[in-house]
Design a protein around this ligand. Structure first.
Ligand code: NAD
Length: 455
């Protein structure tokens, strides 16, 4: 099928190359010329496993990159909107990019099209898009608007897209539903996984993802409710980790005991320095806001946000408690991205903490395997902030080492080498990547989240 994807960021670009991998012809549109040029030249611009391979396999053949939305509209039957929906000052999702795209599509619409909300949007966005298109003189029979929320995770985006737990299609028209079912058939019927060159491997018949058909409004709510629930799970275990600290218990044991209950499950029960990224903070705020506008108080989410903000402050207190005074202290920081596996630093708790620590008078040498370039743009190097490309160089002569992102490589440092490199062997781990007993045996003062500090 001929598909257009508008927006070539973390979601749009991954969707575009994955649709090509599923056999479709794709036009990927972005209004950022620099991005389009880079993508045409094969530079994927973001750090995602399998993305460079897929981009090279399909760029300028099955995936065309361009800035011309009018042409993409004319050439495609289904248009996925994957532009940003950032948080506005009021907490609502800023839908101005979505509106601009909808109006532009309307102006070049000459035959039936399905517009698909791939961006995360609040309930009722579907109706607003419909109205915006009709206001631009397009007859109702010429288009449908469908909600097809995206659940991929940065860092494993390609594998998540091609092996989703479920595909949700919120559609109020049979014609549009059929087109979406056709697009996803290679995944739901398994033909993609049977291909010998399938990039993310095969999949058993039992594991084929279900395609859930709902109303458009339900689909919009499914996405917000899912992200809010995951954020809630993280804040819940963080709150429990605080109790464990007060009671001298071990939150890792508690999380393990809880997670073995199949009704609860182990995922997202990892205590840390709070959630971040471009989705959870804004989606929790937007969900609460839209609920409020509809007269429903989702006050539980205010608590989720409060715990999340406190978690960073609690970590700062741990650094203070380990080092006594902070002014003039030199810290090594491992991790800038909001989580391991990505270069995304949007709303990263690591970035917030670095700002707080510099504010307290610390100087910092930071390392991240993928996010340094983006961090450098946001927080340029200065007398109190240096970026280096090796964790041991970061640790050199440090008063303490802070682990702020759960990159797997941070969990397998050469501890002997680290011990010798640092000024004082103090590790404050915001991601619980080490066993306290192992760190004690290696001579470190090791502070983590929700676990007793051994002496
Ligand atoms: P992004 O900022 O990485 O990408 C958005 C892209 O849209 C940018 O390249 C921008 O230049 C382009 N754009 C903006 N206005 C445009 C216009 N008028 N015409 C053409 N292109 C335009 O954002 P993202 O992380 O890909 O997120 C996109 C949406 O998907 C958001 O609603 C987000 O909440 C949702 N989402 C994100 C993730 C994730 O992990 N990043 C996961 C699921 C859903």
């Amino acid at each position: 099928m001929k598909i257009a994807v508008v927006g070539s960021g973390y979601v749009g670009l991954v969707a575009a190359v994955c649709f090509a991998e599923m056999g479709h012809d794709v036009i990927c549109v972005d209004n950022d010329e620099r991005k389009v040029k880079a993508l045409q030249g094969g530079d994927s611009l973001i750090h995602e496993e399998y993305l460079p391979e897929l981009l090279n396999r399909y760029r300028n053949t099955k995936v065309l990159f361009m800035t011309d939305l009018a042409e993409a509209t004319r050439e495609s039957e289904v248009i996925f909107i994957a532009v940003g929906t950032p948080q506005s000052d009021t907490g609502d999702a800023d839908l101005s990019y979505v509106e601009a795209v909808a109006c532009e599509i309307a102006r070049s619409l000459t035959s039936y099209k399905v517009l698909v909300e791939k961006s995360t949007v609040p309930v009722y966005t579907n109706e607003w898009i419909r109205r915006a298109i009709e206001r631009n003189g397009v007859a109702r029979s010429m288009f449908d608007v469908v909600s097809n929320p995206e659940f991929l995770r940065e860092g494993t985006a390609v594998a998540d897209f091609l092996h989703p737990d479920r595909i949700v299609v919120g559609a109020d028209s049979e014609r549009a539903t059929k087109l979406l079912q056709e697009i996803y058939a290679p995944l739901t019927e398994g033909s993609y996984y049977r291909r010998p060159d399938a990039i993310t491997g095969s999949c058993s018949a039992e594991a084929l993802p279900p395609l859930l058909i709902t109303s458009t409004k339900s689909a919009e709510i499914i996405k917000h409710a899912s992200n809010a629930f995951l954020a809630l799970k993280i804040s819940f275990i963080n709150a429990v980790s605080n109790l464990c600290e007060a009671a001298d218990a071990d939150v890792e044991q508690v999380a393990m005991g809880m997670g073995l209950d199949s009704r609860i499950g182990p995922r997202f029960l990892r205590p840390g320095i709070g959630y971040g990224g471009s989705c959870f903070p804004k989606d929790v705020a937007a969900f609460r806001s839209v609920a409020g506008q509809l007269g429903v108080d989702l006050g539980i989410l205010a608590e989720v946000e409060k715990i999340n903000a406190q978690q960073k402050k609690r970590f700062l207190s741990k650094v203070r408690a380990a080092l006594w005074t902070l002014r003039g202290k030199h810290l090594a920081v491992l991790g800038l991205a909001f989580k391991g596996g990505t270069d995304d630093i949007r709303a990263s708790p690591a970035i917030d903490l670095i700002g707080m620590l510099i504010g307290e008078g610390c100087s910092i040498t930071a390392y991240d395997p993928a996010a340094i370039e983006r961090a450098r743009e946001k927080m340029p190097p200065s007398a109190c902030l240096k970026y280096v490309d090796d964790p041991y160089v970061a640790a050199k002569d440090a008063d303490a080492l802070l682990i702020l992102t759960d990159w797997s490589e941070f969990g397998s440092l050469e501890l002997k080498r680290l011990y010798k490199t640092m000024r004082y062997p103090i590790v404050i781990d915001g991601r619980n990547l080490y066993e306290p007993k192992v760190m004690l045996d290696k001579g470190f003062t090791y502070v983590s989240i929700g676990r007793p500090t051994l002496h």
